[in-house]
Ligand binder design. Structure first.
Ligand code: ADP
Length: 531
């Protein structure tokens, strides 16, 4: 997994551990020896969280090694053993609490889980180390409790500062690193701000009153906003070096250490939570963008599919009619004395239907492709007549009478003739099929028209069964049908065609029987005014 040779990672860990241990300055807190700035146990936790159970032997060995290099003040082996046990137990507890895998610090939940695990691991390490002190120095109960508390705080702060940096650091980050001048410049400025404020807080004023600590929140907020959780984690790791270094250089006053650690802990928790919030927001934005892309893709597919279905639906009728007419012509020709005149008439009708197919394909294709209409001025009476002629064969086959009234007085409209004819054909065919399937006595379709303001209104009414209640509310939605072989597209396409004309289409049941479909279209004068 690691790009480094297998042995290199344990060696790096052991070296870092020894260095951290060596750099931790001992303090004599009322006669009890402590090392408040000790990153070594936190390093063990960081590595075990990254590399899992296999890392346990190293975690056990490194404190022993450190004990050999720098023997304990008591010059005895048992404190070193206690320490190795304490740190191993703490690391294992962390691993167990995080269920064997490192927490996802990009999620708020992951940060909270790390906080809980860090608190428990720190308590375990602090408890065992306090026991070691109690055994060595036998202080009073309250003294022991205070030292235990200090240990806990020290380890908690170290874990929260060190572990996230090791969890976010990965190969991909290094591989994808590019020298971007603006980003590098900004990162340098952030590092500079951190260094300057870190110096003020931990260097210049460390043993005085620490007035400026709150200033550290500024670079952290800046880093979180710009680099998210990765930036926060690395900055926290780097900042932890400041108290270690200044403790070595100037020596911290015991009274100041707890205060500093509390502040550092608050900074770490706040920044990690803020970093997770930023990361979650970014991920939500990315997810949203992905959804939108998916949706756009889906819509494109849907439109394509709808167009194919719509074409199949619209072409079915004229093609079937053309086939029937051609077969009729063939039968006429095969007769002993072929009636050529009749055959020519039938073939003419067939050609008419096939031409209609061409018109539909062109009209639909243009409509779908450009979303535009080919508007021309035309009389509603002529448009309705075209539609009636196209369904006449189907109507007479079903024995349906079709009547038109009040159309000849209507003024011209601006419309895409092919498409409006298509809408009317749809309405008429639906009515014929409804009348046919309901076996209505004296089946009748009446088409009427009137002007209403700057629109004309055409009504297609039948005396059939009327609209079924189950489809009433969703009549104009695609794929709503009560027919066994219906596609439920006719009305939805018709409605969008009319809306593209700035007209409307709606339906109601007639008071006595049957359905009435009404549509409106703008008058030619109104369109000219608008143009
Ligand atoms: P399709 O005809 O493919 O089923 P449509 O969109 O043309 O799809 O019609 C949807 C439904 O509307 C039909 O299945 C039918 O139930 C109902 N409908 C349409 N016109 C009438 C009518 N004149 N009378 C009764 N029901 C109708």
């Amino acid at each position: 997994m690691s790009p480094l040779p297998r042995i290199a990672v344990p060696l790096i860990y052991l070296a870092l551990y020894q260095l951290a241990d060596f750099a931790s300055v001992g303090h004599d807190s009322s006669g009890l020896f402590t090392t408040p700035w000790n990153a070594a146990p936190a390093l063990s936790i960081a590595f075990i969280l990254r590399y899992g159970w296999n890392w346990l032997p190293y975690v056990l060995v490194s404190p022993l090694l450190a004990g050999l290099v720098e023997p304990s003040p008591q010059a005895a082996l048992w404190p070193v053993l206690m320490r190795a046990i304490a740190e191993s137990l703490g690391s294992v507890l962390c691993l167990l609490l995080l269920r064997g895998r490192s927490p996802d610090l990009l999620l708020l939940r992951g940060v909270l889980r790390l906080l809980a695990a860090a608190g428990c691991a720190a308590a375990l390490i602090a408890g065992t180390r306090s026991l070691e002190i109690l055994l060595a120095a036998s202080p009073s109960f309250w003294q022991g409790l205070a030292v235990g508390g200090e240990f806990w705080l020290a380890h908690l702060v170290a874990i929260l500062s060190i572990v996230p940096a090791f969890l976010v650091l990965n190969r991909a980050m290094l591989r994808h690193w590019r020298l971007d001048l603006t980003a590098t410049g900004e990162a340098l400025l952030q590092a500079g701000a951190l260094l300057l404020i870190g110096w003020e807080v931990f260097g210049r004023f460390v043993n005085a009153e620490i007035h400026f600590f709150y200033l550290l929140f500024l670079p952290f907020a800046w880093i979180a906003a710009r680099h998210g959780q990765k930036g926060v984690a690395l900055a926290l790791g780097a900042l932890y070096l400041a108290p270690v270094a200044t403790d070595i250089l100037f020596g911290h006053k015991d009274a100041m250490i707890v205060e500093l650690q509390i502040r550092l802990g608050v900074l770490a928790v706040t920044s990690l939570l803020f970093g997770a919030l930023v990361a979650e927001r970014r991920q939500a934005a990315i997810r949203m963008q992905e959804r939108q892309t998916e949706l756009a893709h889906f819509q494109r597919l849907n439109v394509g599919w709808e167009m194919a279905s719509a074409l199949a639906h619209e072409l079915n009728q004229p093609l079937t009619a053309a086939m029937n007419l051609t077969q009729a012509a063939l039968r006429l020709l095969k007769a002993p004395n072929p009636d050529l005149e009749r055959t020519i008439e039938v073939m003419g009708k067939s050609v008419d239907r096939i031409e209609r197919v061409g018109q539909i394909i062109h009209g639909l294709r243009d409509f779908m492709r450009k979303g535009e209409l080919t508007l021309s001025k035309g009389l509603p009476a002529g448009i309705v007549e075209d539609a009636l002629r196209l369904v006449s064969a189907e109507a007479s086959a079903a024995g349906v009478t079709m009547a038109a009234s009040g159309l000849s007085q209507l003024p011209p409209i601006m419309a895409d003739r092919t498409q409006v004819v298509q809408v009317l054909v749809n309405l008429l065919r639906n009515a014929i099929q409804a009348l046919d399937s309901a076996k209505t006595a004296n089946p009748l379709i009446s088409v009427s028209g009137k002007t209403a303001g700057d629109m004309i209104e055409i009504a297609v009414a039948d005396n059939g069964p009327g609209l079924a209640p189950e489809v009433m509310d969703r009549l104009f939605e695609p794929f709503v049908t009560t027919k066994a072989s219906g596609m439920g597209l006719g009305l939805s396409i018709s409605k969008s065609i009319l809306e593209a004309h700035e007209g409307r289409l709606w339906a109601e049941n007639a008071p006595d029987s049957g359905a009435i479909f009404r549509l409106t279209l703008p008058l030619a004068g109104r369109s000219a005014d608008n143009a």
